[in-house]
Design a protein around this ligand. Sequence first.
Ligand SMILES: *[C@@H]1O[C@H](CO)[C@@H](O)[C@H](O)[C@H]1NC(C)=O
Ligand SMILES: *[C@@H]1O[C@H](CO)[C@@H](O)[C@H](O)[C@H]1NC(C)=O
Ligand SMILES: *[C@@H]1O[C@H](CO)[C@@H](O)[C@H](O)[C@H]1NC(C)=O
Length: 349
Amino acid sequence: MLPLHRFLFLCLAILPLAACAYRAKRLTLQELTSGRTFVTNVLDQFTSPSWAKNLAVCDNGDILITVIAPSASLYRIANPQCSNPTTTLVHTFPNVESLLRIAELQPNLFVVVGINASGVVAIPGTGFLWSVNFSASFRRQSLRKLLLYRNGMTALPENDGDVLLADSFLGCVWRIDIHTKAVNIAMKLSQMEPPSTALVPIGINGIHAKQNPFGSTVLYWSNSFETTIYSIGIDGCTGAMLSGQQEPQVRARAEDGYLFVDDFAMVSQGGIRAAANFNNTVLYASTQSHILRPVVGSENSLLMAGCTSYSFGRRAGRDNVLYVTNSGAEVYPVNGALTMGASVVAVNV
Ligand SMILES: *[C@@H]1O[C@H](CO)[C@@H](O)[C@H](O)[C@H]1NC(C)=O
Ligand SMILES: *[C@@H]1O[C@H](CO)[C@@H](O)[C@H](O)[C@H]1NC(C)=O
Ligand SMILES: *[C@@H]1O[C@H](CO)[C@@H](O)[C@H](O)[C@H]1NC(C)=O
């Protein structure tokens, strides 16, 4: 059996039994990759074994984090810009073992998705979508049950009631209207399917819909085992492909040797940062080169161990700070042996 299957089986079968606790651990490190130095700061670290999957930065600069293990929990890191940020458990979601993704619909209104899994394969019919409302006090509302495995999630820039969900297995994007709860396929493209070389059937993974400076909306997605980020123009309200659209564009592709690209973040000045999860490295592609090359972390370092998702800070002076969640290298331990508790790291890029 592949190490990935073995680990995920262990992780998803056993970890939910572990206590849901985290401990604060802060340190400032510098990592030199490709001749550049970045100041990094561990904002918080969970007890091992654990796996932080996804994050969203709130309007006020706080960070929300979804956790796959040890339980389906949502955490909030308040004042991440301070020397002493505080982490609180917002909520542990019932009926699911893992929380996968979070997307912001409106300020203070988010959608989260959770699942149960056996090994790497989600158990059909176990997924749930909730809305999470932080206006006034915290309120969660169950939106709908999900029948299939979804992965990445993004809100539509011109429609604050719909989300797009990536289906890693079927290779498509679903659109869910959170008011009517209607679900339909927004698009299905061969570039979203798991490639024949995939170790497990994962194709499309991270997705982000962004409005470009000319007002049109572009959907970006990673195809993990192709280590490629694609884009295509979409209708910012419905999520549908624009008519007369040609093939998706390759926006960035990892240089040889990288196994898997997880989530990614678009840099506001152009370029893409992508998480080479199994290689413990943050990759960056400029708009000119389109080639994702290592910038922070390295194969043999715990600093970016098993990095999963990125998001840039949102307050003044924080748009140069990349927040990174990680799995603590649980899938491919560093040097074949080292793992750590999942953490959230701020990287000054
Ligand atoms: C998912 O897992 C939880 C916790 O083990 C369990 O209570 C729940 O029934 C499972 N959901 C389904 C649909 O099997
Ligand atoms: C979020 O909560 C606020 C305050 O309770 C409420 O006014 C608002 O309608 C809620 N939004 C949604 C989409 O439920
Ligand atoms: C990425 O990780 C894989 C699996 O551990 C390894 O075979 C490969 O050499 C790594 N690539 C780089 C560029 O470090």
